[in-house]
Design a binder for this molecule. Sequence first.
Ligand SMILES: CC(C)(COP(=O)(O)OP(=O)(O)OC[C@H]1O[C@@H](n2cnc3c(N)ncnc32)[C@H](O)[C@@H]1OP(=O)(O)O)[C@@H](O)C(=O)NCCC(=O)NCCS
Length: 151
Amino acid sequence: MGEKASGVLIRPASAEDTDSIYEIGTLCFPDAWRRKTVAHDMEGDHSEYFVADLNGEVVGYGCFWFVVDEGQLVNIGVRPECRKRGYAEAILKRGLEECKARNMKTIFLEVRVSNSSALALYKKYNFRSLGVRKGVYDLPREDGYIMSREI
Ligand SMILES: CC(C)(COP(=O)(O)OP(=O)(O)OC[C@H]1O[C@@H](n2cnc3c(N)ncnc32)[C@H](O)[C@@H]1OP(=O)(O)O)[C@@H](O)C(=O)NCCC(=O)NCCS
């Protein structure tokens, strides 16, 4: 089951998507998770991965965690050559729907202060900054905003 957006299908990930999710992570994040970390996290009850599936090719993914009544957007990434087509937005919307379905009250995320693309996306979806965590990122060392919104 999934949602069609911008010609792409947003669907829950399955184990067969692990390689694609891992690879997109390496293209998006200097401190990307190892493949076995991705595989382990995908198996957890507390997590849900959604992928953007374009004619059978995974072009983006989002990783969401759900703990008690708090959701977390852990990672969202889109293949560099597939950006600016609304895929991240469609993944984020699907994750917010999942938060609602799981009775989350709030969703949190953390983002590098220099990540203007992601910040614009989060602001478009009414995330507000709660503060800055100093030096929380590596490669390069950087501060992060903690952001949240109600579900
Ligand atoms: C951030 C990222 C996920 C956005 O993916 P995307 O599919 O290109 O984003 P979308 O096309 O869905 O854009 C949705 C909104 O995000 C914002 N946005 C996305 N790219 C942007 C850019 N280059 N500049 C400014 N705003 C941007 C805009 O608000 C946009 O809405 P608009 O088109 O109405 O202006 C993508 O750039 C990426 O994978 N970056 C590397 C990984 C990363 O930084 N992830 C976030 C931290 S966890």
